[in-house]
Design a protein. Structure first.
Length: 168
């Protein structure tokens, strides 16, 4: 390992770090591949209007998500759609782990949600996932952990529902 990048990942730091370790020939190839992928990305009819509608969702910081995507609105919308596709399963995993009092599964799921939601601007989900992780690590007691887990699942489900209204 030659370097380290902390989460949540700042794209500028990521690119700077990667470029530092690439040879000049690899850098040229990376830039060519990146521009090809960007032009091939699919985008909705009016991404700007969609982004404005997303800004009205409580607990979603679109500006933060776009900053992490270096302003790539179409890419950001694509990742939000991917989050919707996986998040309902994640909410089920949370509920199942709470019911089984499976702290390892609960901690793992909360950790994953903290990272993915944080990178996309899902600030409320990120905050609740961080609180749940901390409570598990501190062995805060079943009642506290279950309460935080249920709050995280409810917040995640609401975010999914609100995003589905905007993104379809």
């Amino acid at each position: 390992m030659n370097d380290f990048i902390a989460k949540p990942v700042n794209p500028q730091v990521l690119y700077r770090t990667i470029l530092q370790w690439l040879s000049p020939a690899s850098r040229a190839a990376s830039f060519a591949a990146g521009s090809t992928q960007a032009s091939a990305a699919t985008s909705p009819a009016d991404p700007a209007a969609t982004l404005r509608r997303l800004e009205a969702i409580a607990g979603l910081d679109v500006a933060q998500g776009l900053a992490r995507m270096s302003g790539n609105g179409a890419g950001y919308l694509r990742l939000l759609r991917m989050l919707i596709g996986t998040a309902s399963g994640t909410a089920r995993q949370l509920t199942d782990a709470i019911a089984a009092e499976d702290l390892a599964a609960l901690e793992h799921t909360a950790h994953d949600l903290k990272g993915s939601a944080g990178n996309l601007g899902g600030v409320w989900v990120e905050e609740k996932a961080a609180a749940l992780n901390a409570a598990i690590r501190l062995q805060s007691g079943t009642e506290t952990i279950v309460g935080l887990g249920n709050a995280l699942a409810a917040t995640l489900n609401q975010l999914i529902e609100d995003m589905q209204e905007v993104l379809g």
